[in-house]
Design a protein around this ligand. Structure first.
Ligand code: 13P
Length: 251
């Protein structure tokens, strides 16, 4: 069965609003060169989500945030609620990115709350999993990804799971220029799908699983050709519109 093909750009903490709007407009301008079958998502910083939503209006490009709060609203200085993100016209939210797990102490406990907030506000989570170099070298990458899925994704209802995107991002490949080989990506994506199947049965066949980690125009096609790879979550290359779009041509 055909799963959704997705190329999502995680801009991380890059671009000021004017730059972000320019980048979004350039993606819109070049979008027609890529198959309509590809679903593009851009995830700018919070500060210019609304301007980017405006910039992509009239196109089929969706906008997502990079995180959301664990709580619905209230005295949580500095936090951004899922309801605020949804109200801007965003459709997605990245949750559990390794940078948030690593630098901001994100745990499965906080992620369960964030997932609940995302769903309560009709946002589709892009839930990230992945091992670090030490875990990969010790052969623990399967166990690490399994735990990250069991502790969070297994708490979802079937209806919620049917509206989830997973991104596998090996930490050792993020921003390092070191990419997992297409075979490594396929091996773990197939494993992740098998874990999902245990809990959600046939619904697992429909869940898009994206690869992230130094994905670029030169390696996207080889990685996307693998059966269980349904697209990419792109960091650095998403900051250059032509590269981001060229990655979409990898399908
Ligand atoms: P890079 O593409 O810069 O390696 O980043 C990947 C990533 O972390 C996307 O979320």
């Amino acid at each position: 069965m055909a799963r959704k093909k997705i190329v999502a750009g995680n801009w991380k903490m890059n671009t000021v609003p004017a730059e972000g709007v320019e980048l979004a407009k350039a993606v819109v301008a070049g979008r027609s060169e890529v198959c309509e079958c590809v679903n593009f998502i851009v995830c700018p910083p919070f500060t210019h989500l609304s301007q980017v939503v405006e910039a992509v209006k009239g196109s089929d490009i969706a906008v997502g945030a990079q995180d959301c709060a664990t709580e619905a609203k209230g005295a949580y200085t500095g936090e951004i609620a899922a309801s605020m993100i949804a109200a801007l016209g965003c459709k997605y939210v990245i949750l559990g990115h390794s940078e948030r797990r690593q630098y901001y102490g994100e745990t499965s406990e906080t992620l369960n709350k964030k997932m609940a907030q995302a769903y309560a506000n009709n946002l589709t989570p892009i839930y990230c999993v992945g091992e670090n170099l030490e875990e990969r070298e010790a052969g623990n990458h399967f166990a690490v990804c399994k735990a990250q899925i069991e502790e969070v994704v297994f708490n979802l209802t079937e209806e919620q799971f049917a509206n989830l995107v997973i991104a596998y991002e090996p930490v050792w490949a993020i921003g390092t220029g070191k990419t997992a080989t297409a075979e490594q990506a396929q091996e773990i994506h197939a494993y992740i799908r098998e874990v999902l199947r245990e809990k959600f049965g046939a619904l697992a066949e429909e869940c898009p699983i994206l690869y992230g980690g130094s994905c670029k125009p030169s390696n996207a096609a080889e990685i996307f050709a693998k059966e269980d790879v349904d697209g990419g979550l792109i960091g650095g290359a998403a900051l250059v519109a032509t590269d981001f779009l060229a990655i979409g041509k990898g399908f």
